[in-house]
Design a protein around this ligand. Sequence first.
Ligand code: GTQ
Length: 346
Amino acid sequence: MSNARDDGARQDFYQRIDRHYMTPLWEVLGALVPRQPASPLQAALWRYADVRPHVMEAGRLITAAEAERRVLIMENPALRGNSSITQSLYAGLQLIMPGEVAPAHRHTQSALRLVLDGEGAYTAVDGERTTMRRGDFIITPAWTWHDHGNLGDEPVVWLDGLDIPTVRFFDAGFAEHGAQATQEASRPEGDALARYGNNMLPVDFAQTAAQPTKVFVYPFAKTRESLLGIARGAIDAHLGHKLRYVNPATGASPMPTMGAFAQLLPAGFETLPYRCTDGTVYVCLEGGGGADIGGERFDFALNDVFVVPSWQPLRLRADADTILFSFSDRPIQQALGLWREEKAQH
Ligand code: GTQ
């Protein structure tokens, strides 16, 4: 039993141990070991129509070369100043103007790109270029050289997703600049996809489970074809028609720290409430509709980005045939045995 005298004695005790950089567990145990996740994140949506003018204004204020990467970071409203959209993930909108180059570098952070707006840009990964088309999912795994350029005549914008907060958590960030701004092409465009991404592998190829895939572009045309194909069959009441991107050599996620997904929701479809422990970033690639995130409602249209915190019940509604891309830290949680999901029955 606690009384006033005990409280005084305890406060005095806390102050004395504070000088030794110690603090009592019993005051914080409930928060440290919660009964279920209580994410500090806020659900949020970035309307592309609202933010695009700001992205374009950045294009007039600074060159890609000066910025190295001309990106407007999307920060979770509850994590301002942290460059984080979830606890483990970073997201931003990158702009590259015609004729510009974002110079070659590499880092221990892994990156994914989802092409949103404009044509004519490319990303080069370890000596191979890929033309960036809308909806393409492109990866630059940890420590791979990468640069971007725009050979076309219109601004190109894509979503960057990186594991920056994860790598920062481990204090394991390293980076290097390339000797040249633009990588020398050592393989023709399409080489990696032909070797590793077409249900075949080089005869002498061996890969360990943790290695990222050699496939670094997942063309939207293929993703779309798969989604439309499975949509002829039964639909999942919680997820719609949903697939995950994989390393085709292992079935694991393309990169060890970030998982990526694509789902099709037919016009008029509404999902049953679903929650999972991976805070997730969604992007609307086709159609539009609504997201109910823990009772908070958002409407989304083309290229809008929204974030769903860990363990918040999510309901999605499609007003037209809708394709959503999403990414999260699910592969980390699964590797650690932490990941959980829950499917409500109504
Ligand atoms: O394209 O390499 O949004 O290094 C943040 C850091 C993009 C990139 C970002 C990066 C990059």
